[in-house]
Design a protein around this ligand. Structure first.
Ligand SMILES: [Zn+2]
Ligand SMILES: [Zn+2]
Length: 268
């Protein structure tokens, strides 16, 4: 197994000793073949996380841990980019001349408003309007063609549940079909983000019906990611995600080396 969504001390929201080595030790003890670090990269100057990631330090730390675990564990250098249409030119400029194994595109803001801090994003919006605008930004993220992996497809549900009491994706079926078709056509991978198993609703981002829809539309590439922000979260939900992918008819998941996709079999 490969967990490709891991935050370390290079992300401002990591905690409780999120050192690369701590994750590597856990991965070895749990029988993982590889892990990928995916610290946050922000381009909005209004966001506190903007400028936090120091590429040279990040690269040096990854090189050191790779060396230490050489031959025992594959360690991949990823990044999780907050895609914002307002800064759509920034990623290309940033990535020129830098080397990463994979780039994860994520939506954390809509119209520059974060939806993971307080309820400002939801104020004055119906649930339907909130999700519609969110999925429009997800669609832009896919269309940008910048990324290898689409992060936590329906992440908004986590933040919308406390506001509206529940969530439904039913009104957005057409929009979702369009995005998943674009992902399948593009050759990008859809992430099965298992951090939702740490919350009361206990399901992945996206949940099973969306994974099944993706497969129905011809999508075959998925990655598994726990979105850990502390070692105690490492790998949570990954076995459940493997079962889910298999039920949806997938026999493989993927990871990336130097931005080239590699498949590996997933077994229950
Ligand atoms: Zn994210
Ligand atoms: Zn993340």
């Amino acid at each position: 197994m490969y967990d490709l969504h891991i935050h370390t001390v290079h992300s401002p929201d990591s905690h409780d000793g999120a050192f690369m080595e701590a994750y590597a030790e856990l991965a070895l003890s749990k029988g993982y073949q590889g892990i990928g670090f995916s610290d946050h990269l922000e381009f909005d100057p209004d966001d506190d996380g903007c400028g936090y990631l120091d590429y040279d330090r990040y690269s040096r730390d990854i090189d050191a841990v790779r060396k230490k675990y050489e031959g025992r564990l594959t360690i991949l250098k990823g990044i999780e980019v907050s895609y914002q249409r307002e800064f759509s030119d920034a990623p290309k400029r940033y990535f020129a001349g830098k080397d990463f194994d994979y780039l994860i595109g994520a939506v954390h803001f809509v119209a520059r408003c974060p939806f993971h801090h307080g309820d400002r994003y939801f104020r004055g919006k119906t649930a339907e309007a909130a999700f519609r605008a969110y999925f429009e930004e997800v669609e832009r993220t896919v269309e940008s063609g910048l990324f290898d992996i689409l992060a936590h497809f329906d992440h908004l549900k986590r933040y919308s549940i406390p506001v509206y009491g529940s969530y439904t994706l039913a009104p957005h079926a057409g929009q979702i079909e369009q995005i998943l078709s674009a992902v399948a056509r593009s050759g990008m991978a859809l992430e099965i983000n298992t951090s939702g198993y740490r919350h009361a609703f206990r399901e992945s981002f996206p949940a099973e019906p969306t994974i099944r829809e993706y497969v129905r539309l011809g999508g075959r590439c998925v990655t598994l990611g726990s979105d850990s922000h502390a070692p105690a979260q490492f790998g949570t939900g990954i076995p459940e995600a493997v079962d889910l992918a298999r039920r949806a008819g997938l026999g493989e998941a993927v990871y990336y080396v130097s931005r080239r996709r590699q498949a590996y079999p997933i077994t229950g």
